[in-house]
Design a protein around this ligand. Structure first.
Ligand code: PLP
Length: 282
């Protein structure tokens, strides 16, 4: 199989799967998701992603139809069914299947979805461009919900500007990007916005903080301003799909590029961790 779709126990080629129109994802985007990568048919940082998934579910008052270990086992067994050893591993849970009323349906049980498709890690050492956008999202950005319209619009704006990502800011305060977290390095210190309700607590962000600790780089989880980001030594963008990238322009103007060795060390450490965990290198 090249791709795989799973829906409440049914398995098939992703493109052939069909879901009921009354799944609440269709009416409200009512659900939560998580995603990571596999290599060598082994899923990276699976427990951390499953923990966050369950936490998102609690915050939306949803009761997963499966335990954490059973979900880990299910996902691990599914990645072995797909031909490519390197995949995007994505799963989501929706509140159930019921006719369209806003309040929670009384009898509906959550639906569990999995999507697997081949994925190659991009060149993480390339420099990327960013654009700045006002963060017009709501105050629940810590929950990984399926409601991603502002993120979709921001990603499209970035694409049209020839940039990799859009960096959101609420007034002067930098929050995160459309599908990544953002951080800066200044005078040897790593600054990252605090994991509050304004950002998703990224798993790659957490890994980067751990690597900073190992490399003796001080970490400050405090908000920073757009002006501080523009004057930073380096601007880093993290996500599970590309670990850690550094930016060399924002809105077309040059930024960062003043601590390339430090960036390289962090990127190398993250890649090493991934290859070790997935037994690509032992
Ligand atoms: N912020 C947002 C809004 C995201 O959608 C994502 C990833 O999907 C991230 C941050 C990065 O999170 P992670 O490192 O867990 O992939």
């Amino acid at each position: 199989m090249e791709t795989l779709g799973y829906y409440n126990g049914e398995i098939g080629v992703l493109e052939d799967m069909r879901i009921p129109m009354n799944d609440r994802v269709c009416w409200f985007g009512d659900g939560v998701y998580d995603a990571t990568l596999s290599a060598n048919h082994i899923i990276f940082a699976l427990e951390e992603h499953i923990d966050r998934f369950f936490n998102s579910a609690v915050l939306l008052d949803m009761d997963p139809p499966i335990s954490e270990p059973a979900l880990a086992e299910l996902l691990s067994s599914l990645v072995r069914k797909v031909d490519s050893p390197s995949q995007l591993v994505y799963w989501q849970m929706t509140r159930g299947t019921a006719s369209r009323i806003h309040s929670f349906p009384e009898q509906a049980k959550p639906n569990l979805w999995v999507m697997l498709r081949p994925y190659s890690l991009p060149d993480i050492y390339r420099k990327v461009g960013l654009i700045l956008l006002e963060d017009t999202r709501y105050l629940h950005c810590n929950i990984k919900t399926l409601n991603l319209i502002p993120n979709v619009l921001a990603a499209e704006k970035a694409k049209q500007a020839g940039a990799y990502e859009a960096v959101f800011h609420r007034s002067e305060r930098v929050t995160e990007c459309s599908h990544s977290n953002v951080h800066i390095l200044k005078n040897g210190v790593f600054y990252t916005p605090p994991a509050d309700h304004l950002i998703l607590p990224g798993i790659s962000r957490a890994h980067l903080i751990t690597q900073c600790g190992k490399l003796g780089i001080p970490v400050s989880e405090t908000p920073f301003a757009v002006s501080q980001m523009l004057a930073a030594d380096e601007i880093l963008i993290t996500s599970s799909g590309s670990f850690c990238l550094s930016a060399d322009r924002i809105n077309g103007e040059p930024v960062g590029g003043k601590a390339p060795e430090l960036v390289r060390k962090l990127q190398d450490a993250l890649l090493e961790e991934f290859y070790e965990a997935t037994q690509v290198k032992s």
